[in-house]
Design a protein around this ligand. Structure first.
Ligand code: ATP
Length: 290
C-alpha cells in the first residue's frame, strides 16, 4: 500500500510589517516566520479509485473543494495528470482561523506527500511555486524554520535559527478572518512600523531582550481594538515572566516567549484555568525541515 503519515507544523510571526497595498489587492509584507512543535496530522493513502476524499476530526471544516487540503491535492492531480485517487485523513490540532497558518501548512504537507508518493521529482522551489497558487503562506510552510517572508509572503530568505526558547500559545475564544483584518488595515495611518531588520540582528545575536524590544505586528492595530482580550492575554503573559508577548499573524492567537520553563509551565496552567483562552499550548521553536 502506498501511504504517508505527515505532520503539518504551525507557525508564528515573530515580527510582521505591512508596507503597502498592491494593485492586485494583496499587501506587501515583511514577516519573520518561525515554525513550532505544534502540528496537524495527515494520513495520505493512494487508492485505485480516482477522486480526493477527506475525513477530518473537526465537523465544521469543509471536506470538499473549499478545504485547502483538497485544493492542494487537486492542483497536483490536474497538473501531473494523476489517474489514481487519494484518501486523506486530517487530524486538526492547530487552532483554525487563528493566525497560525494551519490550513496553509496542511496544503504544504499534501504537496510534499504527493511529490513523494507519485515520484514526481519536484524540487523544493518547484513545490513552493505550486504552493503559492493555494495561498501566500504555503511556500513558507514547505520551507519551515526561521525565515524572512517578503512580497505577499512568498519571497523567502532563510535566517539564522531563532535561539531556543519556550513558546506559550493562547488562542482566545474568538475566530478572526484574515480578510477582515487586512480589509480594515489603514497602512497610511500606521503610527509606527516594527524594525524588522533590527529584530533579525537581535535574534541572530541570541539577544532575547533586544528581540522583545523590537518585536512588533502592525495587524494588532486592527485585531486588538476588535478583540481587547488579545491585549489582556499579552499583559497576563508579560506579568508572568514572558520575555515578550505578541499576536501572531492576523490573530487572535497570542504567543509569549519564555527562557524560563518553570514560568512558562506555570502560566500555561493558569491560562488553562482562566477561561481567557480556548486553546493553550506550550511548545518550543522547531526547525525541522521536510
Ligand atoms: P493564516 O495564519 O495563514 O492567516 P489562519 O490560521 O488564519 O491562517 P486557517 O486556520 O488556515 O487560518 O484557516 C482559515 C479558514 O480556511 C477557515 O475559515 C477554514 O474554514 C478554511 N480552511 C480550509 N481548509 C482548511 C484546513 N485544512 N485547515 C484549517 N482551515 C481550513
Amino acid at each position: 500500500m502506498r501511504e504517508l503519515r505527515l505532520r503539518a507544523l504551525a507557525k508564528i510571526n515573530l515580527a510582521l510589517d505591512v508596507l503597502g497595498k498592491r494593485e492586485d489587492g494583496y499587501h506587501d509584507v515583511r514577516m519573520v516566520m518561525q515554525t513550532l512543535n505544534i502540528f496537524d496530522k495527515l494520513n495520505i493513502k493512494v487508492t485505485k479509485e480516482p477522486g480526493i476524499r477527506i475525513v477530518t476530526n473537526l465537523s465544521y471544516l469543509p471536506v470538499n473543494e473549499n478545504n485547502l487540503v483538497y485544493k492542494a491535492a487537486k492542483l497536483l492531480v490536474d497538473e501531473f495528470e494523476i489517474k489514481e485517487g487519494l484518501d486523506i485523513d486530517l487530524y486538526k490540532y492547530i487552532p483554525v482561523a487563528a493566525g497560525m497558518a494551519g490550513g496553509s501548512s496542511d496544503a504544504a504537507a499534501v504537496i510534499f506527500a504527493i511529490n513523494k508518493l507519485f515520484h514526481l521529482g519536484l524540487t523544493l522551489d518547484r513545490m513552493m511555486e505550486l504552493g503559492v497558487k493555494i495561498g501566500a503562506d504555503v511556500p513558507y510552510c514547505l520551507m519551515r524554520g526561521t525565515a524572512l517572508a517578503e512580497g505577499i509572503g512568498e519571497r523567502l530568505t532563510r535566517l539564522p535559527a531563532c535561539p531556543q526558547c519556550f513558546v506559550l500559545i493562547a488562542k482566545p475564544p474568538v475566530n478572526v478572518s484574515t480578510k477582515f483584518v487586512y480589509g480594515n488595515l489603514k497602512v497610511d495611518e500606521l503610527s509606527s512600523h516594527p524594525d524588522v531588520d533590527g529584530f533579525i540582528e537581535a535574534m541572530a545575536a541570541g539577544d532575547f531582550n533586544g528581540m522583545a524590544n523590537l518585536m512588533g505586528n502592525v495587524l494588532e492595530s486592527v485585531t486588538i481594538p476588535a478583540y481587547p482580550i488579545i491585549d489582556q492575554i499579552k499583559q497576563f503573559m508579560m506579568e508572568r515572566g514572558a520575555v515578550g508577548a505578541m499576536m501572531s499573524g492576523s490573530g487572535p492567537t497570542v504567543f509569549g516567549l519564555y527562557t524560563d520553563l518553570t514560568a512558562a509551565k506555570q502560566t500555561f496552567y493558569e491560562l488553562k484555568k482562566s477561561h481567557m483562552a480556548a486553546v493553550v499550548y506550550l511548545s518550543d521553536v522547531y526547525n525541522v525541515t521536510y
